[in-house]
Design a binder for this molecule. Structure first.
Ligand code: ATP
Length: 513
């Protein structure tokens, strides 16, 4: 069978790193081909070469048997290559259907119907008229997936498509991908989730530091053997000791209701929560159920009227009316789910990005920046969190997705805040980095920080959270002790059925302590 795509000796050099170094890869029609590798291994670079975003410095590309130079993404699409990116390429001010119309021909009404049909078929839950601006990261990803599928490509590249899909959505996506493969479409699938790769993919090519280190049939491998090939060692298990919760709640939210301006965003209804020093509280739930509105109210990006200040309290003080800068000064740090734009300024160096949230910790004097100290702070984050990059002056946007995530999370953990609110902490991280960040969050909680994690990864919450809530359509369930609940009950709650949860009464515990 003639391969759909054959790459031979692909090399791409950036000023500080060789991202691809003699990569060979072949995708057959109907094959689901995984590309695996640790953060910064060169997977996205290789996909950008195939999609015509970046030109290789050396190497040969053949498309359906003929040598070709893929000039740009439009050329790639004309050949029949579709791609779902890790960083989204949607226009924020346009609606879902208007965005898709830029790539798929047809009237808006016809297209809206096609979107509704495909969304229903694949369980992607998207309204064609919703403005992209108002969508969460998870929803935006669903739009990207839909846009690709509607273009009926011959080769579909999916760069971590499942990272923010709920389990049922992943199962449905896999059904879709298998159906597309059965029609002869080749699929290149990048994921850090080894079990998904074992379940879905026919072949896996493994990259380490830009070079191919293995080509295996993932169904014949174990999670451990795949991890070893990727990161070159065995994974240490996460060490978790029971929490030692102290005193009153550090962060409290009391009966918070909030209707955002955006008609498509969930309205919060009477949300009550407390996170005490020395514990990790997790919020499970499918994105789009109010998590974004809620985290903005906690971080101070959205403020309440002074009369409602007590709805959000930090160590007993009402802070609901205060902006993010003041909250940070009081010891509340926040990591948003969007790495680029909200967590970091893409065109700024890592040093400058450190300054954004650390400047009040002795990095300025008489209004001037202490540049050497700043570089030292950025350097320590890079070293401590194993951020693979071109140094403290590398632009945030030049980092691989996972490495930027490590930098942003590391920047906040390193400040040892009183309260850390963190959204999707390990999104896009490889298995080694995921374990390392989870271990650091546990260490932070052991030092007495109150940690609130909002995550779509139920496994993550079951691994490190002490108590769990579930958010559904703007409602927050009461909290449950992780040790006394199970995946089934949380799964039911994620679909709106809170009745099976064995709740813990934290308020009574607080008053007793
Ligand atoms: P992740 O799993 O974190 O997404 P990846 O395997 O997809 O990682 P790439 O994004 O391909 O990794 O990055 C490979 C290397 O190339 C990284 O070290 C990255 O910093 C570097 N790199 C990528 N794009 C650029 C660029 N435009 N300028 C400089 N360096 C770059």
């Amino acid at each position: 069978m003639t391969p759909l795509l054959r790459l031979t000796g692909i090399r791409k050099v950036y000023p500080s790193i060789t991202a691809n170094d003699g990569v060979d890869l072949e995708v057959l029609p109907g094959q689901i081909h995984a590309v695996l590798g640790e953060n910064g291994a060169g997977k996205s670079t290789l996909m950008k070469i195939i999609y015509g975003v970046t030109a290789p410095d050396e190497g040969r590309i053949e498309w359906q048997g003929d040598p070709i130079q893929i000039k740009n993404p439009a050329h790639a699409r004309a050949l029949g290559v579709g791609m779902v990116f890790q960083h989204f390429s949607l226009f924020e001010t346009l609606t879902v259907v208007e965005n898709i119309a830029l790539a798929v021909p047809g009237s808006l009404s016809l297209l809206s119907q096609k979107i509704r049909d495909a969304a229903q078929q694949f369980g992607l839950d998207i309204q064609p008229d919703a403005r992209v601006q108002s969508l969460t990261v998870g929803q935006r990803q669903r739009v990207e997936i839909l846009r690709c599928i509607l273009q009926r490509p011959k080769l579909l590249i999916m760069d971590e498509p499942t990272s923010v899909l709920p389990p049922a959505g992943i199962a449905q996506l896999f059904v879709t991908l298998r159906a597309l493969a059965a029609e002869g479409i080749g699929i290149l699938f990048i994921s850090h989730k080894l079990d998904e790769i074992r379940e879905l993919c026919d072949v896996a090519t493994i990259l380490r530091a830009g070079r191919v280190t293995g080509r295996v049939s993932p169904r014949e491998e174990t999670r451990q053997s795949l991890a070893r090939m990727m990161i070159g060692r065995d994974l240490p298990p996460i060490q978790i000791t029971p929490p030692t919760v102290s005193g009153d709640a550090f962060l409290e939210v009391a009966n918070l209701s909030f209707r955002p301006d955006d008609p498509f965003a969930a309205t919060l209804k009477g949300v009550t929560l407390s996170v005490r020093a020395g514990e990790i509280v997790g919020i499970a739930g499918i994105s789009g159920n109010g998590q974004d509105v809620f985290t903005r109210l906690l971080s101070g990006e959205t403020t309440l009227l002074p009369s409602d200040a007590n709805s959000v309290r930090l160590n007993g003080e009402g802070i609901g009316h205060l902006g993010p800068g003041v909250r940070r000064r009081l010891g509340l740090n926040f990591v948003p789910e969007e790495r680029l734009g909200r967590g970091a300024v893409p065109a700024h160096s890592l040093s400058k990005n450190s300054l954004l949230t650390t400047f009040e910790r002795g990095l300025t004097q008489l209004g001037l920046i202490k540049r050497r100290d700043l570089r030292n702070v950025a350097h320590r984050t890079i070293e401590d969190f194993d951020v693979r990059c071109g140094g403290t002056e590398a632009e945030a946007r030049s980092l691989s997705g996972g490495n930027l995530q490590k930098f942003i999370v590391g920047r906040e953990i390193a400040q040892a805040p009183k309260v850390l609110i963190i959204s999707q902490p390990t999104w896009g991280l490889d298995v080694g980095a995921t374990a390392a960040i989870r271990q650091r969050l546990v260490a932070l909680r052991n030092q007495g920080t109150a940690v609130l994690i909002i995550s779509e990864e139920i496994d993550e919450l079951f691994e490190i959270a002490d108590r769990l809530h579930v958010m559904f359509r703007g409602l927050l369930s009461p909290s449950v002790d992780r040790a006394t609940t199970d995946l089934d009950h949380i799964g039911l709650a994620m679909a709106g059925d809170f009745g099976h949860l064995q709740t813990v009464h934290v308020r009574e515990e607080i008053s007793a302590s």
